[in-house]
Design a binder for this molecule. Structure first.
Ligand SMILES: [Fe+2]
Ligand SMILES: [Fe+2]
Length: 279
């Protein structure tokens, strides 16, 4: 008997563990919402409509949205890594929906970029930041980096683009994608506290340092798009400032902020973003 007990692996015990009902009722609701909202990027969007942008606008927008495209690809990889590594089934079900959602976002941006111009290579900071997120082993850190940082920045960048660009096709793609991205930041708010509470102290300190690095890289990644955004009348600096403020609002909704970066005088970071926009 004892011999068999010892052979039970972590994967096996997780697989046959009894599911405790209603541990995360809000995640169950989010899972239902994700399934209700499913859309098909091939048929939901009218890909035959003509673009209304000038050639210069198309190239600039393609450079900006190429950053997003790589972000979507990273999100697809990270959501699938998280399905296999988070400990709770309710979160795994939401993440399984996210895998499909990010796959659609990758597909939608790929089509849009080719219609606009082409897929441009990633900037130095986009490459460093996204690779670091994929290569980080700790699932809690992946959720903080992708869901709380990148998804939030992307949401605000999409809003800024939607407010300034009149093109119907571009707006349609951004609207569909943004609807999903809101669910991804919601997952972070609803699920991260339970993971953060279980994080050993040395991991919490490590996570803190990681976020300082990601904040720095995220600001520089957005800054790479400033010039093209300005030419398109899109205020990316303002979008970055709004994202920082929203980041703090999301933290306030969470039951614990253990291990989460608390930038001393974060208004200074917001000022810094504004100064970078001018320079
Ligand atoms: Fe996405
Ligand atoms: Fe997402």
């Amino acid at each position: 008997m004892g011999r068999y007990k010892q052979r039970v692996s972590i994967a096996e015990s997780a697989l046959f563990e009894e599911r405790l009902p209603d541990r995360f009722p809000k995640l169950v609701n989010l899972y239902e919402k994700a399934k209700r909202d499913f859309w098909n990027e091939t048929t939901a969007i009218d890909w035959d409509q003509e673009l209304t942008l000038t050639m210069d606008q198309r190239v600039r927008l393609a450079r900006l949205l190429s950053i997003t495209y790589y972000g979507e690809r990273a999100a697809l990889t990270i959501a699938s890594q998280l399905v296999a590594t988070v400990p709770d089934e309710e979160a795994r079900q939401v993440l399984a929906c996210q895998v499909v959602e990010e796959a659609k976002h990758v597909g939608a941006f790929q089509r849009l970029l080719k219609k606009l111009d082409r897929i441009h290579p990633p900037s130095y900071f986009a490459r460093k930041f996204l690779v670091d997120l994929i290569e980080t082993d700790e699932p809690t850190a992946k959720l903080v980096g992708m869901h709380l940082f990148v998804e939030n920045i992307a949401n605000h960048a999409f809003n800024a683009l939607r407010e300034s660009l009149e093109d119907p096709l571009v707006r349609q793609v951004l609207e569909y994608v943004a609807r999903d991205e809101k669910k991804h930041t919601a997952l972070a708010v609803l699920y991260l506290p339970s993971l953060l509470e279980k994080l050993p102290p040395h991991k919490a300190a490590w996570l803190y340092a990681k976020q300082a690095k990601w904040l720095f890289m995220g600001i520089l990644m957005v800054k790479d798009g400033y010039e093209d955004a300005r030419a398109l009348n899109v205020d990316l600096a303002e979008a970055g400032q709004k994202a920082l403020r929203q980041h703090y609002r999301l933290r306030e909704q969470m039951a614990t902020t253990r291990g989460l970066l608390d930038v001393p005088g974060f208004e200074k970071v917001i000022d810094l973003v504004a100064r970078m926009a001018k320079g």
